[in-house]
Design a protein around this ligand. Sequence first.
Ligand SMILES: [Zn+2]
Length: 203
Amino acid sequence: MNSLTSQVLVLNRLWQPVNICGVKRAIGLLFVGHAQVVNTDPEAGFETHDASSWMTLSGAYSGDDVLHSVSHQIRIPSIIVLNHYDRLPKQDIKFCRQTVLERDKFTCQYCGKRFENHDLNLDHVIPRQKGGETSWENVVCSCIRCNTRKANKLPAQANMHLLSEPKKPRWRPFFSHSSVQRIAHSSWKHFIEMPPGEVSLSS
Ligand SMILES: [Zn+2]
């Protein structure tokens, strides 16, 4: 992987993931004192480093994920933590197949089992033929078996019950975006919950 195109996970002051940024931006934040590097070396556990301690550590580092200047090398961080920012990003959530699956945690809302993305359907609780809308309140994640069993009936007519009442989620955490899943670094898994079948880790 080209070092300058690496992605850095940004945590807020409470260690919640809030963003992803490029290497240059991450190192800039480190050097102006707005962020610290979170080092996740297996032997060291989690350690935070400010610019000077990260430079010291980088000097002794022998991996190839480094940036070089004339006299120094700096190891490319995979995670930084902001020193001041403690909010979470809020984004309005768009209704689509993926966001419904995420809301329902890839769990069939009738039988309660968790499935891979491709083994799930969207089910209209009140069937479209009976005037049911395609909306957050009327669409749930369903396995193919339950979806077939329910067919064009109301849940009660099919003797099936929803696990929970479907609602619009308040906001979508940035880290569930599929674009984030694709570039996720293995060290991020401590901070990001990834849906099954979507996990793509590179280290
Ligand atoms: Zn099911």
